[in-house]
Design a protein around this ligand. Structure first.
Ligand code: BGC
Length: 252
């Protein structure tokens, strides 16, 4: 059985690929990144992934993380991605193109799986919310290490903000777009965390996305009463989690 699997994490600006040792969560070699093709329709994006040297350097099932609801092997939404992904069956595409199985899942769910297995949530029981702060806000809730998939809390309404969704209010992209300093952005993030707390009463938040690498600068400004940790696996989390999902689905 193959224990070094290809994990692919599709994002709005880059497609990340990694060869992952699924027993340890280690990225073998380096995380690779290629620009997301424009337009970013499924065929173009997956062709780029398939032509990458890492695809030939790995065998067996592939994990594919994608920033949308993914149910029964198909993307169901497209909040910040090309709408042509809605309804796309990635496992069928991989089977037809290269005869490889594909575990297709939401990007935050993938990052969450990786963090819970090998990162900041390793060994943690109880209710844990992994949130990814990037272009959007991704969410992955866990109970005693078990994932509730496709939770989409980035699209949650936040009390007192009317129609504005959590991710439009407090994503990392919003921080950059509005030129918010850490304090102003953290105040927004605190409102989102407070809303999750009011509804789910988690024991721990794990915050990921590129901005988590600067957690030392803004983490201490949080007023959230729940324990908050920075994600530990950085930009590799989605690809690692995708490979874990492929392993669990196809290498029982
Ligand atoms: C999407 C989610 C995704 C998140 C992070 C949101 O806009 O709806 O599916 O997990 O962005 O990429």
């Amino acid at each position: 059985m193959n224990r070094e699997l290809l994990g692919i994490d599709v994002g709005g600006s880059s497609v990340k690929l990694a060869r992952v040792a699924v027993d340890t969560g280690q990225v073998l070699g380096r995380l690779q990144s290629v620009p997301t093709p424009v337009p970013s329709d499924p065929q173009r994006v997956l062709q780029v992934a398939l032509e990458h040297p890492l695809a030939a350097a790995t065998a067996g099932p592939v994990g594919l993380a994608f920033p949308a609801v993914v149910k029964d092997g198909r993307a169901r939404t497209a909040a910040n991605v090309d709408p042509s992904w809605v309804g796309f069956d990635a496992p069928a595409w991989f089977a037809e193109r290269c005869g490889r199985s594909c575990a297709f899942l939401n990007d935050a769910d993938a990052a969450g799986l990786a963090e819970m297995r090998f990162g900041a949530g390793r060994g943690v029981r109880g209710v844990v919310f992994v949130l990814t702060l990037g272009t959007g806000i991704g969410s992955a809730p866990f109970v005693d290490g078990h994932l509730l998939p496709n939770s989409e809390l980035g699209h949650m309404a936040v009390a007192g903000l009317g129609e504005v969704e959590a991710e439009a209010y407090a994503s990392a992209r919003t921080r950059t777009a509005l030129g918010l300093d850490w304090a102003a952005w953290v105040a927004r993030l605190d409102r989102v965390l407070a809303e999750v707390q009011r509804l789910f009463w988690p024991d721990l938040f794990i915050l990921g996305g590129a901005v988590s690498e600067r957690f030392a600068e803004w983490g201490p400004l949080l007023r959230c009463p729940v324990e908050v940790r920075a994600a530990a696996l950085g930009a590799s989390a989605g690809a690692i989690g995708a490979a874990i999902a492929a392993h669990e689905r196809y290498n029982p």
